[in-house]
Design a binder for this molecule. Structure first.
Ligand code: ZN
Ligand code: ZN
Length: 314
C-alpha cells in the first residue's frame, strides 16, 4: 500500500513524501523545508503535488529541482491556478548557460477548476512555457489515480487524494486446478470484463466467467493530503465528497483550539475542527500535520490530544 513519510522536522515547514510499493518512484506533496528528505529520494520523485504557493509550502522547490536537474527525466508538477507562472519565474531566476535542453523536462498541470487542467511543458535552458493541451483529469499513472478538491484558504489550496489502483488476487484455496499461466489470463479477462474469453486449464476449455469466482477484487488504498484550509462548511462539503472513507489522511492543523481566533483570521484550521471533519469523513486513520512554528512540543501534544478526541469521539 501507499506509504507517506513526513520529511519535515517539528518547527520546519511541511513536505510529505509518498512511496509506492514495489516501485522506486515517489510522489512529493509540498516543498517546505524538509531536513529528512534525502537526495536519492528527491531523484526518485516522478511527480510533485503543490497545495498552494505560500512560502512555507514552496520555498524548498529550488532545493528539489537542484537535485533533479541532470536526471534527463520528465517530472510532473501539479498545482493551483498560476502555478506555471510561479515555477517559470523561479526557474528563470538562475543562470543556465551551461545546461542543455535534455537535462530535465517539467510538465506542469495547472488546476484551473475541477474540470479544467492546463498542461504546460517547460525545459532548459530558456525555460519558456509551452501550453500543450487542456484536459479534464489531473493525474493517472500505472500505480495511482489522483483526485483533488479545491479548498478555500483565501487562495486556492488543493487537497489531493491518491487512489492506488484496484488489484485482483487469486483464491488459491478455492481452486482444485493446478496453477499455471491460465491464472494471469483469467485475471486479465476479469479486469477487461471479457466474460466469454476461453481459458484452457489442463486440456479443458472454460469460459472466463465460470472461473471468476476464483478471483477477488481488492480495492486500492486511498491516501489523502489536505493542506491549509479555512475551517468552514464550504470546504467541509468538498472534503467529504473526495475524502470520504479514505484509508489514511494527513490534514493541516495549524492552531490549537485555544488559538482558534487566529485560525479564523488566517483562513486556517485548528485541532478539534480538523479531527471532527476527519471523523465525519469516516476515514480509517488521520494524522494532524503542519503546526504553527511558534508552538512548543507541549503545544503540539495539546493539538494532537484535541484532534484525536474529536476524531474518535462517539
Ligand atoms: Zn497557506
Ligand atoms: Zn501553510
Amino acid at each position: 500500500m501507499l506509504q507517506a513519510e513526513i520529511k519535515s522536522l517539528f518547527k520546519e515547514d511541511i513536505s510529505i513524501l509518498i512511496k509506492i510499493p514495489n516501485s522506486s518512484k515517489h510522489y512529493l506533496c509540498d516543498c517546505g523545508e524538509a531536513s529528512l528528505l534525502t537526495v536519492k529520494e528527491v531523484q526518485s520523485v516522478s511527480a510533485v503535488f503543490i497545495s498552494h504557493t505560500h512560502i512555507d509550502h514552496f520555498s524548498n522547490f529550488d532545493g528539489i529541482f537542484r537535485h533533479q536537474i541532470g536526471s534527463g527525466e520528465k517530472v510532473v508538477i501539479c498545482g493551483p491556478k498560476n502555478i506555471h507562472q510561479q515555477i517559470e519565474s523561479r526557474l528563470k531566476s538562475y543562470t543556465w548557460n551551461l545546461i542543455d535542453e535534455n537535462t530535465i523536462e517539467y510538465e506542469i498541470r495547472e488546476i484551473v477548476s475541477e474540470e479544467e487542467i492546463n498542461i504546460y511543458k517547460i525545459r532548459p535552458p530558456l525555460w519558456n512555457l509551452e501550453l500543450i493541451k487542456t484536459q479534464d483529469f489531473l493525474f493517472e499513472d500505472e500505480y495511482v489515480n489522483v483526485d483533488f478538491a479545491i479548498l478555500d484558504h483565501k487562495t486556492h489550496s488543493i487537497a489531493y487524494l491518491f487512489k492506488e489502483k484496484d488489484s485482483v488476487s487469486f483464491n488459491e484455496n478455492g481452486s482444485e486446478f493446478k496453477k499455471g499461466k491460465w491464472i494471469s489470463e483469467l485475471k486479465s479477462a476479469f479486469e477487461k470484463n471479457e466474460e466469454g474469453k476461453q481459458i484452457e486449464i489442463e486440456g479443458i476449455v472454460y469460459e472466463a466467467s465460470e472461473l471468476f469466482h476464483l478471483l477477488t477484487r481488492n480495492e486500492g488504498y486511498k491516501l489523502g493530503v489536505i493542506m491549509d484550509h479555512a475551517a468552514e462548511e464550504g470546504n467541509y462539503e468538498k472534503i467529504k465528497t473526495v475524502f470520504g472513507n479514505a484509508d489514511m489522511v494527513y490534514i493541516e492543523t495549524f492552531y490549537k483550539d485555544e488559538d482558534r481566533e487566529f485560525a479564523i483570521m488566517n483562513h486556517h484550521s485548528f485541532a478539534s475542527a480538523s479531527g471532527k471533519i476527519m471523523k465525519e469523513c469516516k476515514v480509517k486513520e488521520a494524522v494532524p500535520v503542519h503546526f504553527s512554528r511558534r508552538y512548543t512540543e507541549s503545544d503540539r501534544l495539546e493539538i494532537e490530544t484535541a484532534f484525536y478526541k474529536a476524531f474518535r469521539e462517539d
